[in-house]
Design a protein around this ligand. Structure first.
Ligand code: GLU
Length: 465
């Protein structure tokens, strides 16, 4: 079987990180099986669909590297096809027009509720052999309903939830076209999944209730239902449904906050799927390992600290050249001119082990690109006591003659400490202050390497005068 999967988002409202997990799994399943992955934008809800949401989805997928074999295919561009199928279904008796008015439907529902029955369409306009239908009212545009099978049940083996059986008694005749002829959501999904030869539908479990209806329509149209895998919801860190209101962020927000796409992908992969106790893995490993059997059955919970931890892991092990390239835009945004000052790759290498995000690297990098600090006499008196100046002078001399590397600078410090009977902070703090007007910097020997011998000596010499 040639595997074909799809991600079929509705571009309505806010697209948060959890939404994109529904793209990741079908993508991985297709890639694992050398199949095809299709993006279908379900934009028939014209009032709620926005271009902004479409952009967030497409950019987010591209950023995570979820490449497409087909699409994006927009449902709004397939309206003629849906109408064609509706016409075929009317012609072949699989569907029928229903002229029951909105008011009558409401009345029916109220009666059923009063009788403690489940509200459902009563089949008034459903044609049956020997049945006389009511007279067609004038001037009323009918809805089109699908003739759901009577009796029996719909059964499918959900790849996540196991066997599910729904009696046809539970399902009334679904409206597949509105009075103005526009097709309805569940119907479009079926036509698309059939036309696109989708073999595996991997989607959120909020669609479990739609599945028996979709299977019935699909079978009526002569299609073979795909395999369904319904993914449990992703909850936020408080165990609530994720939404913008309670602080959910979009992929774009994470990108702006300095997360790496590899970290996000790894994180999302683990949000409802596992492979032994593997926590940090590459995209290639994920694709190799991905299978539907290892999908979790209970809701996954978003864990921002874990995501930050993963981001740190990826930053720490990243190649400095590419990490510097990813960090540059953040540095430029902060007004840092990465071309005037120390080599940016070196700066990033120095900072990456302690940073959780690209923003933290850029923040740390600022130090190296600010102009040399200037001090007033009070600042100098407070931070560079006269008693330390002889040691600083020795240090300047030793640094000047040292090889420009961490070990040699470290040895210079040691020698000065020994000669002057000092502890490291007593020397390192004034040095840091002299170089940057702050005592918060990474390891001083590495800082000297990155700042450069000449610049360091220039700055130190100014405070010992
Ligand atoms: N458009 C639906 C949604 O965004 C998904 C439909 C499907 O995957 O079948 O929830």
């Amino acid at each position: 079987m040639h595997i074909r999967t799809r991600f079929a988002p509705s571009p309505t409202g806010f697209i948060h990180l959890g939404n994109l997990r529904s793209a990741l799994y079908p993508w991985a399943f297709a890639r694992h099986n050398q199949g095809d992955f299709i993006l279908r934008i379900e934009d028939t809800d014209l009032e709620r669909s926005t271009q902004e949401a479409v952009d967030v989805i497409i950019e987010g997928m591209a950023w995570l590297g979820l490449d497409l074999d087909e699409g994006p295919i927009y449902q709004m561009q397939r309206i003629d096809r849906y109408r064609e199928v509706i016409k075929q279904m009317l012609d072949t008796g699989l569907a029928y027009p229903c002229f029951m008015s909105e008011a009558d439907l409401n009345l029916l529902r109220d009666q059923q509720m009063a009788n403690k029955e489940k509200p459902r369409y009563n089949g008034l306009w459903r044609p049956e052999l020997g049945k006389t239908l009511p007279a067609i009212p004038v001037g009323v545009n009918p809805v089109i309903r699908f003739k759901n099978p009577i009796g029996g049940s719909v059964i499918w083996d959900d790849a996540v939830k196991g066997r599910i059986e729904i009696s046809n008694e539970e399902l009334d005749d679904l409206v597949i076209a509105r009075p103005d002829g526009t097709p309805t959501y569940n119907f479009c999904v079926v036509v698309d999944d059939l036309d696109m030869n989708i073999t595996h539908v991997i989607r959120g479990d909020d669609h479990v209730n739609n599945t028996p209806r979709q299977i019935n329509i699909m079978k009526a149209l002569g299609g073979t239902p795909p395999i369904y895998a319904h993914l449990p919801t992703v909850l936020n860190d408080l165990g609530e449904k994720m939404s913008k209101r309670n602080g959910a962020m979009s992929v774009r927000d994470y990108q702006k906050a300095g997360y790496l796409p590899e970290a996000i992908l790894n994180y999302l992969a683990r949000l409802g799927w596992s492979h032994g106790d593997a926590e940090v893995f590459t995209k290639e490993q994920f694709v190799t390992w991905f299978d539907l059997d290892s999908l979790g059955r209970s809701p996954a919970q978003h864990n921002p600290e874990k995501l930050l931890w993963l981001n740190h892991q990826y930053i720490q092990s990243a190649d400095p050249v590419s990490l510097a390239a990813s960090t540059k835009p953040f540095a430029h945004e902060m007004g840092i001119d990465t071309e005037s000052g120390p080599d940016f790759v070196q700066v990033v290498s120095l900072l990456k082990d302690r940073a959780n995000t690209l923003i933290e690297i850029a923040e740390g990098a600022k130090l190296f690109y600010l102009p040399a600090p200037t001090f007033n006499p009070e600042q100098l008196a407070e931070n560079i006591p006269d008693s330390i100046k002889p040691a600083l002078k020795d240090l300047i001399r030793l640094i000047d003659s040292a090889e420009p590397n961490k070990n040699a600078y470290g040895a210079a410090f040691k020698q000065v400490l020994a000669t002057h009977q000092l502890k490291m902070p007593a020397l390192a703090m004034p040095v840091r202050y002299a170089l940057f007007a702050t005592t918060q910097t990474p390891a001083i020997d590495s800082v000297l390497v990155v700042l450069g011998k000449e610049e360091a000596i220039k700055r130190l010499s100014k405070v010992v005068l």
